[in-house]
Structures are given as structure tokens and as C-alpha cells.
Design a protein around this ligand. Structure first.
Ligand code: NGO
Length: 533
């Protein structure tokens, strides 16, 4: 072999090696840049965090040609699908049609919502969301489960999806499969509409907040010393007098029964149960001021617009008191499809112990007569509460433990952790601090099943975060107290404790920054959250 041939061979080998390296480099770059554009489902900042996420490759993209398909052409399925279509419309500018699934619709690019009898969907809110490059497939055993799954799909879309104006971006969803269901069946928030009145529209906005994080209960605190907020046809002065003012002596307000039905219907559309509360026998100055005969001395007190508690009581030994309560419960129960009626029962410091227990025992029978289940603040355990009554733990562990011994179920609203009216810190411009300052980490970092050692997961129906409104005047104030604590309460109620960790959660929460901004929320930018600005 001469030198010339050798050189030629060497030249060929060298070129081959260069070509192989070049190709490898090209493939690596191409592959990684593809990965760079693609989203990874398990890295999405979902709240509440789902039980299981499996990644697939690629993205699904919603386009103007996307169709929302439903497995059954029936009213509730159509309504859930229309909810999704209406939600997607403002930001995408697409009017996605809803059609029944059929062979001809099986081409790709669509979102399929289907009901399945599969045993993995034993819980009514369980769902599976499978996203491939071709399709989105959301499955559950109930439309309610589909509704919860839609909230996950919503968070998988870019934050711009929350905008009310058309955004010219690609509507990509990372592909993969989520299997999910809640830990507790009761996950809620309370709104005190008595201390300050909130319009029907404001309550609807509150419902939107709850629904976005898969909460399913809205507790409305409809009466207190400062205001009676629901029309009772047999006792019209409750609202004309008792509803006329609010804290600070500004103009109050009330819901007509039609307004209340509108709120209930809106909540139902979001798979949220409304729980009405009429607080008694204390916290009743507004009723006492409206009707002299409800007072033991037949003298009506003045309307009250301060923020003290514990000074008023219905007259426990007068029969008219129970006729009044019967009318109130009967009228409200008739327009409340949900199973619960909340009788309050907190801080009745102006009622003797004996009178209090006698009163709660009698009221319990009236609520039963109207086929509703009782919820009351933890003090109600001192009466002869029946098995299955729900005691809402807010203040006294002793009461909560005693309630459990009486076979009550416990609803966890510990004021030191779950009261959304508590200030974040001493500089918070709104809120109270009698129970604690509740920063976002303290709001998140607790477990309902271990908070009170004697109370275990099986004793608990769930968690509720109350928003009392002594210092909260309008929806902007509400937003400030609720965001960003509410998503954390929702996660406590939905996600298994083993998946919850503040260090990891705060990053997910921080990534909501853009979404919160686009949603126009007046949220508290806590320094403990690494906001992704
Ligand atoms: C207490 C009290 C309410 C106050 C609230 C303020 C309960 C159950 N009763 O909670 O009347 O508005 O604190 O944080």
C-alpha cells in the first residue's frame, strides 16, 4: 500500500468520524430544543397537587377546530362541556362547539369528556385526565368529577387563559396522565355577609375562587348582631330593619329569596353546596332589634354596628322564639337543595348554660323536621347533640374532643390556622389578630388529621376556611385576605398529606404570580413566597 492510498483511507475514516459526531450533535441539539419547547406535565404548578402524574412526550394544542365531545348527550354533560367552552372562549377567541362523541368525530384535536363506570372512580369527584399529542380525554363517574378535572386542565394551560381579552398565543397543554381524587369530602370556605354585606355578584366571584381550586362547599354566615341578610317572608322586618345597616353604620343590604336562589344555582353549576347559617341564640341583635317580641322584656334594642361579640340572646323561654325559628328554618330549607343547615351556636355568653342546652336541643329537632343535617360551632357539643351532627372546630379543642365522643363529625376550622380574617402579620392593613397572625406558610403547614391528637382522619368531614368580615368591606378586601391562603386550604382538603410540603408548595404557589395578575386579583405578595414575576 503506498502513501497516497493510506492517506486516502485515513481521510475517509476521519470524515466518517466527523460525520457521525456531527449527526450525533445535531440529534442531541434537535432533541433538546424540542424538549425545551415542550412542557413536562409533572413539572406543572398544579394546586391542589394531584395524586399521580405520568409524563408523555409532546404537547396537545387547542385550536379553533377543536371540538368538545361528550360521551352522553344529556343535560348535565352538556352543561359541564359548555362551562369548559365558555371558560376557554374569552382568551382564545375560539367558540368551541359541544357535540356528542361519534365515529365521525374521532379525528384528532378534540377534547373528550366521558363518564365511566370504572372502579377507580368510586369517589364522585375522582377523575382521570389523559393528554396526548392527538387528544384530551377527561373521565370520571359523575359530571362533578369532570368539573373538578376541568380545573386541572385549566391550570395546565398558559396563565393567559385567565384573561378576558383574546391573547394571540399557542394554547399548549403538556401531555401525560393524571389520576386524582380528594382526601376529604367537605372542602369549603365561609363568607360572613352580615358584618359587611356582599352583593350577589360579589358572592359569585367568591364562588369562582372556590371552584378554581376544587373546593365544594360555600358556607354563608347570613345573620349576626350587625345584620340579617336573608328575606324571611313571614318576618319582613328582619331585613327591612335588621338588614338596613352594617359595621361602621354604613348602608347594609340583604338577599331576597330570589337572590339567594340565584346564588345557590350559580354554586350548583360549579358543583358547590351552599350551607346557610342563621346564628343563634347569641349573635342575634339584628333580629332582636327588628321584633320586640323576641326579647324577654319586649323591648327592641338599637341596631348594632360595632364589632364586639357575645352580648345578645334570643329569649330562650318564650314560645314565640321557637315559632320564629321554625318559620326561618322552614323558609330557608325550602330554597336550599344542599343537605346542611348551620345553626351557629357560638359565643352565647348572654345565655345561661342551662338555657343554651335547652335551646340547642329544641332547635336541633326543628332542623330535623325540615330534613336538614345540623352543623354548629364547636360549643354546640354541650347540648344533647345527635350522632352525625357536624361540630365545627374553631376555638376549643376540649369541645371538639367532647363532640367526637358524642359521635359528632368534626369540621376543621382552627382559628389559629384557618381563619382568613386573621392578619398575615402585624403590618397587614386588614384583618384581626386575636387568634394569631397567619402567614401563608402557617396557613398551609398543618394537617387536619393530626392537629388535635385525639381527633383522627376518620372523625373529620373536612376543612373550612372562614372569612369573617368585621374589617373586610368589598371584594378587593376579600381577595387580599383570601389570596394566597385559599389555594393552600384547598390543597389541605384535596391532596394526601404525604404529597404536601411547604418548601415545594411555595414554589408552585410562586408560579401562580402571572395567573393571579391576569385574574386581576388584589393578592397579598407574601415575602415568604418566591414569586415568579
Ligand atoms: C369568632 C366569632 C365571630 C367573629 C370571629 C372573628 C366565631 C365562631 N365566632 O369565630 O363572631 O367574627 O371570631 O375572627
Amino acid at each position: 500500500m503506498d502513501n497516497k492510498n493510506l492517506n486516502k483511507k485515513q481521510f475517509l475514516i476521519r470524515n466518517t468520524i466527523i460525520a457521525i459526531f456531527g449527526l450525533a450533535l445535531f440529534l442531541t441539539l434537535a432533541f433538546s430544543s424540542r424538549n425545551f419547547n415542550e412542557k413536562d406535565m409533572s413539572k406543572e404548578s398544579l394546586i391542589p397537587i394531584p395524586i399521580q402524574i405520568e409524563n408523555y412526550e409532546g404537547n396537545f394544542t387547542i385550536t379553533p377546530e377543536t371540538v368538545i365531545l361528550i360521551s352522553e348527550d344529556e343535560e348535565e354533560m352538556r352543561s359541564v362541556a359548555s362551562y369548559l367552552s365558555e371558560f376557554l372562549s374569552p382568551a382564545t377567541g375560539f367558540e368551541l362547539p359541544v357535540k356528542q362523541n361519534s365515529e365521525e368525530n374521532k379525528n384528532s384535536g378534540n377534547i373528550l369528556l366521558s363518564l365511566s363506570e370504572n372502579s377507580q372512580f368510586q369517589k364522585p369527584e375522582a377523575y382521570t385526565l389523559e393528554v396526548t399529542v392527538e387528544n384530551v380525554h377527561l373521565q370520571a363517574s359523575t359530571p362533578e368529577g369532570l368539573f373538578r378535572g376541568i380545573q386541572t386542565l385549566r391550570q395546565l394551560l398558559p396563565p393567559e387563559i385567565e384573561s378576558d381579552k383574546v391573547q394571540n398565543i399557542e394554547w399548549n397543554v403538556s401531555s401525560g396522565k393524571i389520576e386524582d381524587h380528594p382526601q376529604y369530602s367537605y372542602r369549603g370556605a365561609m363568607l360572613d355577609v352580615s358584618r359587611h354585606f356582599f352583593s350577589v355578584n360579589e358572592v359569585k366571584q367568591y364562588i369562582d375562587f372556590l371552584a378554581a381550586y376544587k373546593m365544594n362547599k360555600l358556607h354563608l354566615h347570613l345573620s349576626d348582631d350587625q345584620g340579617w341578610r336573608i328575606e324571611i317572608k313571614k318576618w319582613p322586618k328582619l331585613t327591612s330593619i335588621g338588614g338596613s345597616r352594617e359595621v361602621g353604620d354604613t348602608e347594609g343590604g340583604f338577599y331576597t329569596q330570589e337572590d339567594y336562589k340565584e346564588i345557590v344555582a350559580y354554586a350548583q353549576k360549579h358543583y358547590i353546596t351552599v350551607i346557610p347559617e342563621i346564628d343563634m341564640p347569641g349573635h342575634t341583635n339584628a333580629a332582636l332589634a327588628s321584633y320586640p317580641q323576641l326579647n324577654c322584656d319586649d323591648n327592641a334594642p338599637e341596631l348594632y354596628t360595632g364589632i364586639e361579640v357575645g352580648f345578645s340572646s334570643l329569649c330562650v323561654n318564650k314560645e314565640i322564639t321557637y315559632e320564629f325559628i321554625d318559620d326561618v328554618i322552614s323558609e330557608i330549607a325550602a330554597i336550599t337543595p344542599g343537605p346542611y343547615f348551620h345553626i351557629g351556636g357560638d359565643e352565647s355568653h348572654a345565655t345561661s348554660k342551662e338555657d343554651y342546652n335547652y335551646f340547642i336541643n329544641r332547635v336541633q329537632k326543628i332542623v330535623k323536621k325540615y330534613d336538614k343535617e345540623i352543623i354548629g360551632w364547636d360549643e354546640i357539643q354541650t347540648a344533647d347533640i345527635e350522632e352525625g351532627v357536624v361540630a365545627q372546630f374553631w376555638h376549643s379543642e376540649e369541645n371538639a374532643i367532647a363532640a367526637k365522643k358524642k359521635k359528632a363529625k368534626i369540621l376543621m376550622s382552627p382559628s389559629k390556622r384557618a381563619y382568613m380574617d386573621m392578619q398575615y402579620d402585624s403590618l397587614s392593613p386588614l384583618g384581626l389578630h386575636w387568634a394569631a397572625y397567619i402567614e401563608v406558610d402557617s396557613a398551609y403547614n398543618w394537617n387536619p388529621a393530626t392537629l388535635v391528637p385525639e381527633i383522627a382522619k376518620e372523625d373529620i368531614v373536612g376543612i373550612e376556611a372562614p372569612l369573617w368580615t368585621e374589617t373586610i368591606k368589598d371584594i378587593e378586601d376579600v381577595e387580599y385576605m383570601v389570596f394566597p391562603r385559599l389555594p393552600g386550604y384547598a390543597e389541605i382538603g384535596w391532596s394526601p398529606d404525604s404529597l404536601r410540603d411547604w418548601g415545594e408548595y411555595k414554589v408552585r404557589l410562586g408560579e401562580q404570580y402571572k395567573r393571579f395578575k391576569i385574574m386581576n386579583l388584589n393578592f397579598y405578595e407574601s415575602p415568604r413566597v418566591p414569586w415568579e414575576k
